[in-house]
Every structure is written in structure tokens, then in C-alpha cells.
Design a protein around this ligand. Structure first.
Ligand code: PBG
Length: 345
């Protein structure tokens, strides 16, 4: 088979060159130039590292659906926090798996509970680390819901106002153990104000609140529920977590949390909600956090394991996109991997 080479006529080439004053590719010619003009750079200091804490009676185990993520004991959390701080990470977010569960999640305010013990152990091992404790009942209740379940004429639902005092108790317990921030993730109405008042009444006004303001009822939480053993035993979370279709409502939730005294607001999940992150960034003066959730992590890990994508490259692209959308802080299971990697793309 013979092909005839197509050579542009000098006449045509000349015309093209004259018209091309702007050549964006000049700014992409070398890695040095690309680094020079890069607009968004993720730093380890932007990341918050989630840790799952089990009682000392349980072993450290890797979570099946989240390769590289472990359930760990307080002592191990302190060791991991030391490594994280040395790699540039400035904050950890703690989730607890209690010794026992009941209808109201009372294990969550046990002063010897896994989160309280981990706060104390991390504080001793890494005094400079920012310690954030997630406040929610779902890991501690036998029904797996984020609040008190009531039966109204045969219909089960989570009661908002009965849940608030329990969240306050839990937040106070974490704060008393030494948490720098509490992060309510339950999505009850009025909980930021309630937790703020509870802290202030106990002279814990230095303890801040990171509000899971726009938390959507998402399928991307699947692997987390294995990690935290918090799958609802009936129904779902749609009467308290937000409908994924709603942006205006997300802005309203954010406004309410700002008015109630949140120090940092959060959008969760991150990747399917980049527009919400951008909306939040443009709307409030507070720092905006985004939660790169378990499903977002596991999808990348699973595809990378199969060789379908370059996991490191996609991790960097995803974290960059979340920051580019407007997040100041990113909660991510990639925190350690990102902070300790050699090359940043
Ligand atoms: C609730 C909570 C959840 C997550 C963080 N806090 C799960 C849920 O709402 O069901 C999800 C985080 C993730 O998927 O990584 N306490």
C-alpha cells in the first residue's frame, strides 16, 4: 500500500503562523515552566487524615474494601500520628468502634472509650498534632442510625431534638479528653448551636467546631460503613442527610451552621459535589473543608489494583481538583500516601 504524504502548501503554513500570536503551549514546554505557572498546589498541610480506632482488646486489621486503611488501637494511632506529623500532616480525624452498642450510643461518652483513649495517646506522643473527633451516634448505636430512633405510628424515624443532648454529651466527652475540634457529622438540625453552647458552658470555648454542613445521602459511604461498622440496620439516612440533587439547600445548611457558630464548614462527599464546594467557597469567609470519602478512595484503589489506571497519578489529580474547586482542607484516606510519595505530579 502506498500513501502519498500530505504536505501543506507554504502559502497555508504562512497564514497559520501569522494568525498565532497566542500559543498557550509555550507555558507547557517543560516541567520547570509548568511548575512556574501551576495555579493549584496541594500540600500535606492541607490534608486531614482519618483514623479508625478500636478498643485495645481488638487487633489492628486492614479494612477489606479500603486497601491501606486500618482499624487500629489508641497506641497505634499515636504512632501513626507521629509518622503523619513528620510527613507534614497537621490534623487527624478520629472515628471510634466501641466495645458495646446500645439504642442511644452511650459508649460514645465513656471516658475510657477508643476515641477518648486515642486523643490522650496522640496528645502525649505528638503534642503539636491537631486532633479532630467525629461526633455522631451511628458507630455507637445498635441500629446504626445517627440519632435516637422513634416509632411514630409504625414508621421509624430519627428524632432530631432527642438526639441533640446525646451529641452534646459525646462532643463534651471528646473535648474533655483533649480534642482541638469536634466535627458533628449527624446532620440533625440545630446541632452546631447546641454543641457550641454545651462547650461554652463548660469553659471549653477554645474547642472548635468543624461542621459537616452539606453532607449528602451518598452511595460513596459504602466502604466507610465496613470500616466503622456503622451500616444502618433498617432504612437509610435520607431523612437526615441531604438529597444529592440540591445545591440551594446546601447553601442554606452552610448559612445555618455559620450562624450557629461553626469555625470550619464542610462539603461531603467531594468529587460528585465540586460545584457545591465552589459555591461554599464563594459564599462564606470561613475555611471550607471537603471530604474525599471512602468510596472515592476505594474506586481508585480498585481500578489501580487491576492496572486500569495509574493510582498515584489519579490520586494527585483528584486531590488537586478538590482544592481547585475551592476546598482549603481535604479530609482524605490518601493523606499518608500523598505526604510520603516521592514525585508529585
Ligand atoms: C457518620 C459518617 C459517615 C462518614 C463520615 N461520618 C458515614 C455515613 O454517614 O454513613 C463517611 C465517610 C466516608 O465514607 O469516608 N458518622
Amino acid at each position: 500500500m502506498t500513501t502519498k504524504a500530505l504536505t501543506p502548501t507554504t502559502e497555508l503554513t504562512g497564514t497559520t503562523q501569522q494568525a498565532m500570536t497566542n500559543r498557550p503551549r509555550r507555558l507547557r514546554r517543560s516541567e520547570a515552566i509548568r511548575e512556574l505557572v501551576r495555579e493549584t498546589i496541594v500540600r500535606p498541610e492541607d490534608l486531614i487524615y482519618p483514623l479508625f480506632i478500636v478498643p485495645n482488646t481488638r487487633p489492628r486489621v486492614e479494612i477489606g474494601s479500603m486497601p491501606g486503611v486500618f482499624q487500629m488501637r489508641a497506641r497505634e494511632a499515636a504512632e501513626e500520628s507521629r509518622k503523619a506529623f513528620d510527613a507534614g500532616i497537621r490534623a487527624v480525624l478520629l472515628f471510634g468502634l466501641p466495645e458495646y452498642k446500645d439504642a442511644i450510643g452511650s459508649a460514645s461518652w465513656d471516658p475510657a472509650g477508643p476515641v477518648q483513649s486515642a486523643i490522650e495517646a496522640i496528645r502525649r506522643a505528638v503534642p503539636e498534632m491537631t486532633i479532630i473527633a467525629d461526633v455522631c451516634l451511628c458507630e455507637y448505636t445498635d441500629h446504626g442510625h445517627c440519632g435516637v430512633v422513634v416509632d411514630r405510628n409504625g414508621v421509624k424515624d430519627v428524632d432530631n431534638d432527642e438526639t441533640l443532648p446525646l451529641l452534646m454529651k459525646q462532643a463534651l466527652s471528646f473535648a474533655a479528653a483533649g480534642a482541638d475540634f469536634v466535627a458533628p457529622s449527624d446532620m440533625m438540625d440545630g446541632r452546631i448551636g447546641a454543641v457550641r453552647r454545651a462547650l461554652d458552658a463548660r469553659s471549653l470555648s477554645d474547642v472548635g467546631i468543624i461542621a459537616y454542613s452539606a453532607k449528602f445521602a451518598s452511595g460513596f459511604y459504602g466502604p466507610f460503613r465496613e470500616a466503622a461498622e456503622s451500616t444502618p440496620q433498617f432504612g437509610d439516612r435520607r431523612t437526615y442527610q441531604m438529597d444529592p440533587a440540591n445545591t440551594r439547600e446546601a447553601m442554606r445548611e452552610i448559612d445555618l451552621d455559620v450562624a450557629e457558630g461553626a469555625d470550619i464548614i464542610m462539603v461531603k462527599p467531594a468529587l460528585s459535589y465540586l460545584d457545591v464546594i465552589r459555591g461554599a467557597r464563594e459564599r462564606v469567609g470561613l475555611p471550607v473543608a471537603a471530604y474525599n470519602v471512602s468510596g472515592e478512595y476505594s474506586m481508585i484503589k480498585a481500578a489501580a489494583e487491576r492496572g486500569w489506571i495509574d493510582g498515584n497519578r489519579v490520586m494527585n489529580e483528584v486531590l488537586t481538583s478538590i482544592k481547585r474547586a475551592g476546598a482549603d482542607l481535604i479530609i482524605t484516606y490518601f493523606a499518608m500516601e500523598f505526604a510520603t510519595q516521592r514525585s508529585r505530579v
